[in-house]
Design a protein around this ligand. Structure first.
Ligand code: FA5
Length: 342
């Protein structure tokens, strides 16, 4: 049997040296190593050998198999190189052709740049970045946020309704994800939600029908208004410099209690009053407040044991303030004269 095995190896090495075509090489390998191949045929009496002898023959079988596989791999590599070389010999390069002009690289939209910068800031404070649907149910966008169908607060955020889909709207704010986030991740929760929103508005220099917001939500035991102020101050300083102060004044939002309107000291006049801040020294950038108990309940959180705050930044207005952009409609205009400045 040992002799037979040596023959198999010798035969293969002899034949493989003559073949240069990949298909023929594969066929040859099957002829030798396949189930009905020559190697298996040479091993057919192995079962009848004594144990010691079987061990020796087994080792030889492995050695023959390895030698065949190595020779096969080398032959395949040579066949591939040869086929590439023959292909290349049929091609040519015109060295007199002018150099290909490189394609100009694009860059991130200013809204994306500021959004990513804020995502970094919030994740460094332990927040997760979550997402929610832009086509939202009327329930999550309004009703679950304490704005039932007959509530006058619905008029403040008129939206687009989806034809043929009763009870579906284009979301007017990122606040529905407050509830979705609590349901999905439970408590304690530290989350921001950047995203597109839509409002049925007459557009002007400060209003767009498609706008970007960043929602922030923190829910845990013992969360207070002081925590909210601390986080908002950190954002204000990050965006507009260390000397920035924030001011919170009462404002009604049905889904928070108490609710506030948040302003930062004008970065242009440092609070003295100028054209940008309409002489007030303050710039309005967000809505915020302590999450209403009804909203916590909708999120599956017990208001007896947990409390939380939420805020919503108008991302476009933040970017306008940062770069001194005076017309919000430029963002979605696709005008390269505007975009190339960032
Ligand atoms: C809200 O949308 C609340 N969901 C914010 C909030 C979240 C309050 C959590 C309390 C707790 P408001 O309608 O004020 O609030 O909008 C928030 C910000 O979105 C505004 O300050 C403004 O910067 C921006 N915004 C609103 N409407 C438009 C619009 N048509 N175009 C551009 N930005 C807008």
């Amino acid at each position: 049997m040992k002799e037979q095995l040596q023959h198999v190896k010798k035969d293969f090495l002899h034949l493989v040296a003559k073949v240069t075509d990949r298909d023929a090489l594969e066929q040859l390998k099957t002829e030798f190593l396949g189930r009905r191949g020559k190697l298996n045929a040479a091993m057919k009496d192995m079962a009848s050998l004594a144990q010691e002898e079987r061990k020796l023959v087994g080792a030889m079988v492995n050695e023959v198999k390895e030698a065949i596989e190595t020779a096969y791999a080398e032959a395949i590599e040579m066949a591939s190189k040869a086929s590439l070389a023959s292909k290349a010999s049929g091609e040519w390069i015109d060295v007199t052709q002018p150099e290909m002009t490189s394609h100009p690289k694009g860059h991130l939209h200013p809204i994306t740049q500021v959004r990513e910068d804020l995502e970094d800031l919030f994740t460094s404070m332990g927040f997760i970045v979550a997402d929610g649907p832009q086509m939202e149910s009327d329930f999550f966008n309004f009703t679950a946020l304490n704005i039932p169908p007959t509530h006058p607060a619905r008029d403040m955020q008129d939206t687009f309704y989806v034809k043929g889909h009763e009870g579906v709207v284009m979301r007017t704010h990122t606040s529905p994800v407050q509830i979705r986030g609590m349901r999905e991740y439970g408590v304690p929760l530290r989350m921001i939600v950047p995203g597109r929103c839509f409002r049925n508005e007459a557009t002007d220099v400060r209003h767009e029908h498609t706008l970007h917001q960043i929602e922030g939500v923190v829910v845990d035991r013992g969360i207070s208004f002081a925590h909210l102020k601390g986080v908002l101050e950190a954002v204000g300083k990050h965006l507009y410099g260390q000397e920035t102060k924030i001011r919170l004044r009462p404002k009604f939002y049905p889904f928070v209690e108490p609710g506030v309107n948040g302003e930062v000291t004008c970065y242009l006049c440092k609070g003295d009053g100028c054209r940008l801040c309409k002489k007030s020294g303050w710039l309005e950038v967000f809505g915020a407040g302590m999450i209403h108990p009804n909203v916590l309940r909708e999120g599956g959180v017990d208001p007896q044991t947990h409390s939380g705050f939420a805020f919503g930044f108008g991302l476009m207005r933040l970017v306008m303030l940062k770069y001194g952009i005076d017309d919000i409609r430029l963002f979605e205009s696709g005008d390269l004269r505007f975009l190339n400045q960032f």
